[in-house]
Ligand binder design. Sequence first.
Ligand SMILES: Cc1ncc(COP(=O)(O)O)c(C=O)c1O
Length: 398
Amino acid sequence: MSMKQYLLTPGPTPVPDRVLLAMAQPVLHHRMPAFSKIFNEAVEGLAWIYQTAGRPIILNGSGTAAMEAAVVNLMSKGDTALVAHSGKFGERWVELCKAYGIATVEVKAPYGDAVDPAAIDKALTENPGIKAVFMQANESSTGVRQPYEAVAKLVHAQKDVLLVVDAVSALGAWDIPMDTLGIDALVTGSQKALMLPPGLAFIALSERAWARQQKSDLPKYYLNLATERKAQQNGETAWTPGVSLIIGLREALAMLEEEGLPAIFARHDALARATRAAMTAAGLELFARAPSPTVTAIKAPKKADGTVIDTDALVKHLRGTYGVSIVGGQGSMKGQVFRVAHLGYYGPFDILTVCTALEMSLKDLGCNVELGKSVAAAEEILSAWRKQAKADASAAKK
Ligand SMILES: Cc1ncc(COP(=O)(O)O)c(C=O)c1O
């Protein structure tokens, strides 16, 4: 028998059996009432997780498709965008803007840090023509939670500046109430907290953003959100949708609704705290100065002889020896960090699996590691969380 595999990466994330079975149903034609019903229920579920009164738009594609849709629908020729970034996904906003000839003002922070709202405010004041601020909720390449709430406040103080947030590795894992915060465009993808395979991208716009969309003159066809909005209001999509994925989406959202937003957010918070405590207990150093509830990045471990382990080799060892898939660093962080995910269909034993596989791998590769230490640190947090979660659930029933 081949070794049992554990997919513990920050996307794609594990898909629950219930969702896999829903997707195994016969394919429906997308212009028939039976599919429209499923589609509308999926959109309602999305609006619930987005915490918006609007109707999020479902697109075929990965998260980048929704990022591109934000750029081509909200910007116009000659516009300038502010991109606040400190990682590979933030840099993608710059690349997308450049691909469409949109000038960018970049507000950067070092990898591992969050961007600075005061620096964004200063850049907005110095560049009064800026039409939109693009940023992440969670920078997956560094495991940093970005301060989009503070940025929303200062963007609102400016006239005619939209806030566009990439929440691909955040939405559905922690509280991002789009309407309350005043986010103008919120983007996510299927293969993260929404517990689906890759293939769908989602974007919701505020009324302000829809008004801007009508004026946008950048080239667009497949990603024209006005065309999609018109079709989706009637329970259809402009083009052939990923029918099976949408059936799965409805099921995944039903599962999330059964859990409830407070419990979902508490679970992600506990898994993140357990992961950080475990890594620290194993003598490792966290990479992010503003760590996120969904991805933990850890600096390359040192061997007993003082040399540093290449994290790509570590990741390969976990996968090859123990069947546990985690990821390494991207871009200039390649070989220097590894990342443990805790978003989507994750429970305590996923974290404990990573901890044990990591401890054993570190030992195999020549590090001084006390087996069981990181597991014990995680267990303390995870058992306290379960105790609290059970007490909350029984209090809610009374
Ligand atoms: C923060 C963030 N933004 C955007 C994306 C979109 O990437 P993709 O198009 O591969 O789904 C990802 C995927 O990992 C991500 O983590």
